[in-house]
Design a protein around this ligand. Structure first.
Ligand code: SF4
Length: 333
């Protein structure tokens, strides 16, 4: 440990992550520690960091295979096992993404939006205009989703649109009113391919500390849910996020200084994220599709078949936005 501290690069975030990770892993109160490995760039840093500290092999590594993973990710996991002399336990989805989308519906735009739409579809909502009070009378069992549709959540303190309102996504309401979705939309795949597995793994293995690679600077709902790098007793398990405070420059420095090698999703395919291949939630899913078509054609075919409706609907929505912006004389982004 002393060697590690003496040789650490001059960087506050990296230095502190080493000190705190050491104190967490060496803490005798933690007997069962697990670290989620995704095969992504941040997860590569976490694994490298832990491997420098965990000399007693206290930490177990797990990978959730959602059923739509890049071969490059799977290859990278094998590379990591060899490089660090560890075993990464693969946990298969309770319901894999392809099956889940078929059964419950495809994902569209974001987890939250898919949730609201799923609820409204369940109540045969007709994507109609009306005040919240009027629609709530007609559809009394989906209050929260109607609040989204009717922009019923208050604005933020700074006066901007609440992300719980449909207006947060410009022209989405007009688009859906004019083009009601003719396929099922749902956010269930994250639930069955990741969430329930993580929960049952923690329970079954009596995990007392769970380590993940979430970074605050990444933004997004998942990051916004956390204020700091540590949360105690989340459903019986403490959670620690070693690189929570890392900015992009810190991750780049770490990677260079400690010669961390990322998967070919980055180095060959030119992607800036991994995870489920070509997930429609990803802002750059079209770029991912291009890469998959070129490097992993079977995966490309699978994604096109699983998310076909969502891709088409998303494309229609983006075209609708462009048309509206042009009509309203708004600047092209
Ligand atoms: S990341 Fe996307 S494809 Fe993967 S489980 Fe979640 S919604 Fe489904």
């Amino acid at each position: 440990m002393l060697d590690l501290i003496e040789s650490v690069p001059e960087n506050k975030a990296i230095f502190e992550s080493i000190i705190i990770t050491n104190s967490k892993i060496k803490n005798p109160c933690y007997k069962n520690i697990v670290c989620s490995i995704s095969g992504g760039a941040d997860s590569d840093i976490i694994l490298d960091l832990i491997s420098k500290i965990d000399t007693e092999n206290k930490v177990k590594y797990i990978f959730f295979n959602t059923g739509i993973e890049y071969q490059a990710t799977k290859n990278h996991l094998m590379f990591l096992e060899k490089k660090y002399g560890i075993k990464i336990i693969e946990i298969k989805a309770k319901i894999p993404v392809p099956l889940c989308c078929k059964k419950y519906g495809e994902t569209f735009l974001s987890k939250q939006i898919s949730e609201w739409i799923m609820r409204l579809q369940k109540h045969s909502f007709r994507w109609e205009y009306g005040t919240f009070e009027e629609l709530y009378k007609k559809y009394p069992k989906c209050k929260a989703a109607l609040r989204w549709w009717c922009n019923n959540w208050p604005k933020t303190k700074k006066g901007s649109e609440s992300s719980y309102n449909i207006e947060y996504n410009r022209y989405l309401k007009e688009f859906m009113h004019e083009n009601p979705p003719n396929f099922k939309i749902s956010n269930k795949c994250c639930h069955y391919a990741k969430k329930v597995l993580a929960e049952s793994y923690k329970l079954q293995n009596k995990i007392d500390l769970s380590i993940t690679g979430i970074r605050k600077a990444e933004g997004g709902a998942r990051q916004r849910a956390y204020k700091t790098c540590f949360s105690s007793d989340v459903d019986g398990t403490d959670e620690y996020r070693p690189i929570f405070w890392y900015k992009k420059k810190d991750t780049e420095l770490y990677k260079k200084y400690y010669s961390v090698q990322n998967s070919e999703c980055y180095s060959k395919y030119g992607l800036d994220r991994t995870g489920c291949a070509c997930c429609p939630y990803g802002a750059n899913y079209e770029k991912e599709l291009e890469a998959a078509e070129k490097y992993e054609p079977k995966l490309y075919k699978a994604a096109m078949s699983i998310f076909q409706n969502s891709y088409e609907y998303t494309k229609m929505y983006h075209e609708f936005c462009e048309m509206k912006k042009a009509e309203n004389g708004e600047k092209h982004e």
